[in-house]
Design a protein around this ligand. Structure first.
Ligand code: TRP
Length: 335
């Protein structure tokens, strides 16, 4: 039988190169081999954006366009909106009995997100909500609602998958074999560095190139990228391994990479020229994505139809799981 994969993303902003190379590119490769559920996790986005529903609403549409633009094929992938599957909310409540508070606080992803909030908001960071601390439980519901065997994600999501596996094992041991225990599927470049050399590219870090960035924005951002700090003059030899410009040449698969590397090492290539080459290559790389985006931006009704269809398919599957879960937990009254 064809295996099922489920993955999701929070609609809090447009996709950037970190999302693309860290995970989404892999989704495009996997889409024809599996029964693929791709969730736009608006409820999860609300856990830390509950006071900004406009932002989440707008980004559901934006993320859908981003995904279609990179080549997600709606006839092989069920792309759906989390909040339209009430079974996910029901499962979350049932699973919440199977997780301790201390286990949630120990989840490395949640822990670092809480630390980040404290750093950003000072003592306000202390007031994390029940919904936020509990989002791994809701994510376990996302995955299991569709019997996800495999979850293709970036590295930062591994602790959430582990937490889901624990919930599944606990559920099955108490209520009998019901749920499928998922496995993560890591993509090769699980993490992409930022323009500033930070280990992680992130919207809130201000070091990202978005797939939807215009040619001008791309040029401006690349001109500001960090290069080898020891290179002062344009004919100084430098170390490409510490240069973000070289890093992105490599990331997007510049065929000229060998030359870029050798010329840089031997002081035969100035940083400005190197950046200009990268700008052109990056614009070329993003061009087909921009073309698809332009199409969907002018055909919003097609995007809506795709989401609606994906959501219907997802709902059908989630209902099947929910029926089994009700039976196992003995709350299948009058069924
Ligand atoms: N937590 C994921 C992120 O922040 C998004 C997500 C929601 C997800 N539900 C999921 C990922 C289910 C994998 C499986 O990117």
């Amino acid at each position: 039988m064809q295996k099922t994969i489920l993955t999701g993303l929070r609609p809090t902003g447009n996709l950037h190169l970190g999302h693309y190379f860290g995970a989404a590119q892999n989704w495009v490769k996997l889409q024809d081999e599996y029964d693929f559920y791709l969730e736009i996790a608006d409820i999860q986005a609300l856990t830390d954006n509950f006071d900004n529903p406009d932002k989440v609403r707008k980004n559901v549409h934006e993320i859908a366009i981003d995904l279609l633009s990179i080549g997600i094929n709606p006839s092989s992938v069920h792309m759906f909106i989390q909040s339209m599957i009430p079974e996910i909310a029901e499962l979350t409540v049932i699973y919440s009995n199977l997780v301790t508070m201390s286990r949630l606080y120990r989840n490395p992803t949640v822990k670092s997100e809480i630390a980040q909030k404290k750093a950003l908001f000072g003592h306000h960071g202390e007031s994390v909500t029940y919904g936020f601390v509990g989002y791994p439980v809701s994510q376990a519901a996302d995955i299991t609602a569709f019997n996800g065997n495999l979850v293709p994600v970036g590295e930062d999501q591994l602790p959430l998958i582990e937490q889901c596996r624990e919930i599944v094992r606990k559920f099955n041991s108490i209520y009998g074999e019901t749920l499928v225990e998922p496995e993560p599927l890591l993509s090769k470049a699980a993490r992409v560095k930022g323009l500033d050399g930070n280990e992680k590219m992130g919207k809130s870090l201000g070091n990202a190139i978005f797939l939807a960035d215009s040619d001008e924005e791309i040029a401006q951002k690349i001109m500001g990228a960090i290069t080898d700090p020891n290179k002062i003059r344009k004919d100084d030899p430098a170390n490409p391994e510490v240069c973000m410009v070289y890093y992105y040449h490599k990331l997007i698969g510049n065929k000229n990479l060998e030359t870029v590397c050798e010329e840089c090492k031997h002081g035969k290539r100035g940083c400005v020229a190197c950046k200009k080459e990268l700008i052109l290559k990056m614009q070329e790389f993003l061009k087909p994505i921009h073309e698809k985006r332009a199409y969907y931006e002018t055909h919003p009704e097609e995007v809506d139809a795709i989401l609606l269809e994906g959501t219907e398919a997802a709902r059908t599957k989630a209902k099947e799981t929910m029926a089994k879960v009700r039976q196992s937990v003995k709350i299948d009254y009058f069924d």
